[in-house]
Design a protein around this ligand. Structure first.
Ligand code: FUL
Length: 693
């Protein structure tokens, strides 16, 4: 009896204890962000600017012996950079105070290799100071890129360099106001000028810089500064393993505090990591980091920039977008235009949260307490959240719009102060009275945004299908993003079919073949169109919801290349040269030496009056032909030279090259590469085409 009473009492105490636990806030689970990591995460988007002597030498990495006299930007205006970043919705700018070449954008006391010996402002200039002032004026935070590797310094590789490096860090962290982030690149050691030694110096990046003490210095000088380091010691943030502008769909803000960090860990984080190290997605608005005039036509377009947004901020990362500065000291107008277009589009997409005044219910609410109820996920306050009872790892929230509502984006945020918990979730929509799954995903973290085809529904159900601990959700948003009405891309494949691709999969496409301007009353594109002979096509993208149309895309195509054969090549990939797609390419085998020939059998005689060549757009070794000869033949034995010359400016502007000559009736053609832009034997082609009479 007594035993029973004691047992009952214990059970009662236990009930009180657990119901008390459910009325207080959930305990943090696993590692949590520090205050400065939280502040950084909420910035979401900020810029890089790359500017140095490389800007004047068309290089990616300076060797360290480049002449300081080259540095003389005649229109340098950090206020222009700051204005563009501000108008692009960014919250800060990280400047390359010193890149690998060692040249300093501020007049460091510790080296002669800086702006103080450049002609710009008679050596009285300080770009970092101008940047700091501009950031202040525009309400932006300032960050510093200080390359640990210094190819100019005579001391690099010796212990003395560490003192030099720390002296420079001290200047930068003392004289320019608050610094939100320092950026230490992972490229460390190798060949360099090194004060005239012109040699290769290797270091062990895990020990050489004595990061522990360097970090202590940063913490002392700028306690709120975040450290990014890909150079051997864990910082506050991590690289995502690629500079292409995306982090893994699964993205844990966790790593292990020690040990190697291979690509997979950088890209996806570590589910059970013991340290909070969130992801920073860095990429450039152009292919390269520094300005190269040849990339003026390669600025990331709106659809690509929107992908970047969703694949960084929309995947629990931050977006660090680089603007290369031109030799005159300004950001190029095309970079500005595209960045502002992205900002405008982001604003438009997220202008109206359709959750509005919807009714929201939860499958479970922590201790049945109002302070943790479902409404806290849609109250627009970042410090409130919906939470469940402890031990729950599956739960759902149902949002009832009360009327059919069209949407195509789902945004969700965990209250990460209590850790990152969710492992998987799904989104369902009530369509015509039945639940339909519209998306599934893995992690959430600070922010996750899902994109899917527009759906019209009366209710939405957000299901947490697995979690490390009970879910804590601070925000949900449902949006209807307008279609991106960029001009559609038109290509003709080798079999002659026309393929039209709008920038946004949901846009409709209309086209004409008679030279007239297309409109939504023209023919609708519903799939590949097979057309014989030459043709001229104009197409537009159209969004039926807003009735907006894109600018017109206009292409002319010569004969279909269906029966063409590439001779003397035993590689199916060679036909990428004829597939109409300028993003695919083929390279001649490595063992060939110039002149290198591409021979095509047209299958029958044609009246040829010219040819077109589109080089490989790849970054590394694209094999861009610069000097050529063009031959025709009727039997593949006797060849007649019909044109020769250079593709002028192809290095700086590697787009379509068009060459015309007098009419030649022939069945075989041969493009012979005599030289490429790099002076080696690499020969690549994205496309080769003929112009016929
Ligand atoms: C890289 C560097 O080597 C590039 O030059 C650039 O600064 C980029 C942001 O980081 O790894």
């Amino acid at each position: 009896m007594l035993k029973n009473i004691i047992g009952g009492f214990a059970f009662f105490l236990c009930l009180i204890d657990s119901s008390f636990a459910q009325t207080s806030a959930p305990k943090p689970y696993g590692p949590v962000p520090s205050a400065k990591q939280l502040r950084w995460q909420e910035m979401e988007s900020y810029a890089f600017v790359h500017f140095s002597l490389n800007t004047y030498t068309d290089q990616s990495w300076g060797f360290g012996n480049e002449d300081v006299n080259l540095f003389n930007p005649e229109k340098l205006d950090c206020r222009q950079w700051a204005r563009i970043c501000k108008e692009s919705g960014m919250k800060g700018i990280i400047i390359t105070a010193k890149h690998h070449c060692g040249f300093c954008l501020w007049p460091s006391k510790y080296t002669e290799y800086s702006v103080k010996n450049a002609p710009w402002k008679n050596g009285k200039g300080d770009v970092v100071k101008e940047m700091a002032d501009a950031c202040k004026e525009y309400g932006l935070k300032l960050g510093i890129y200080l390359s640990p590797w210094d190819r100019n310094s005579a001391e690099y590789g010796k212990p003395e360099y560490i003192t030099y490096f720390r002296n420079q860090l001290t200047e930068l962290l003392t004289n320019y106001g608050p610094i939100f982030e320092v950026w230490f690149d992972g490229a460390n050691g190798g060949s360099g000028y090194y004060g005239g030694a012109n040699e290769t110096r290797t270091i062990d990046r895990t020990i050489y810089y004595d990061w522990k003490n360097t970090y202590a210095l940063i913490h002392k000088l700028q306690p709120n500064c975040i450290i990014w380091n890909d150079g051997g010691e864990r910082g506050d943030l991590r690289w995502v393993g690629t500079e292409a502008g995306y982090v893994g769909e699964t993205n844990w803000s966790l790593l292990n505090a020690t040990g190697d960090v291979p690509y997979d860990m950088l890209h996806y984080g570590v589910e059970n990591g013991n340290a909070w190290v969130p992801a920073e997605v860095n990429t450039s608005i152009r292919p390269e980091w520094f300005y190269h005039p040849g990339e003026d036509s390669k600025v990331k377009t709106l659809p690509v920039l929107m992908d970047l947004y969703y694949n960084s901020i929309g995947r629990n990362g931050s977006m660090l977008l680089n603007f290369p500065i031109m030799p005159n000291g300004l950001i190029h107008e095309r970079d500005e235009k595209n960045a502002l277009e992205m900002a405008r589009t982001v604003k438009e997409v997220f202008a109206k949260n359709l959750v509005g005044q919807s009714k929201i219910t939860a499958s479970n609410t922590r201790g049945k307490q109002q302070k943790f109820d479902a409404a806290k996920a849609i109250d627009d306050k970042k410090d409130t959240y919906w939470a469940t009872d402890d031990g729950i790892t599956k739960a759902s929230l149902t949002i009832n719009f009360g009327k059919p509502t069209t949407f195509n984006r789902f945004l969700v945020q965990e209250y990460i102060r209590l850790g990152q918990r969710i492992k998987s979730f799904s989104v369902e929509a009530m369509v015509n009275g039945a639940w339909k799954e519209i998306a599934t995903a893995t992690t959430i973290g600070y922010k996750r945004i899902l994109r899917f085809k527009s759906v019209k529904a009366t209710q939405v159900r957000f299901n947490i299908t697995d979690a490390k601990s009970s879910p804590v959700i601070s925000n949900i948003g449902i949006y209807n993003a307008p279609q991106i009405l960029d001009i559609p891309a038109i290509i003709r494949n080798q079999s002659g079919e026309i393929i039209i691709t709008p920038a946004d999969a949901e846009s409709e496409v209309y086209y004409t073949l008679d030279g007239s301007e297309p409109s939504p009353a023209s023919k609708k594109y519903t799939g590949n169109v097979a057309i014989d002979g030459k043709l001229e096509i104009k197409a537009i993208a159209y969004d039926p919801a807003t009735r907006k149309t894109s600018p017109v895309s206009h292409e002319k195509f010569d004969l279909p290349r269906k029966s063409w054969k590439i001779l003397d090549v035993n590689d199916e990939k060679a036909y990428q040269v004829l597939d109409g797609n300028t993003t695919t390419s083929w390279h001649q085998p490595k063992d060939k030496t110039m002149p290198i020939e591409l021979v095509i059998d047209l299958g029958k005689n044609e009246n040829i009056i010219g040819f077109r060549y589109f080089p490989d757009q790849g970054l590394w070794g694209p094999g861009i032909i610069s000097t050529y000869r063009f031959y025709v033949s009727n039997d593949n034995v006797q060849w007649k030279l019909v044109d020769e010359g250079e593709f002028s400016n192809i290095k700086n502007n590697p787009l379509w090259q068009v060459k015309k000559f007098a009419n030649q009736k022939a069945r075989y053609v041969k493009l012979s590469a005599l030289k490429n832009t790099e002076g080696n034997n690499e020969t690549g082609y994205a496309e080769v085409d003929l112009i016929t009479e």
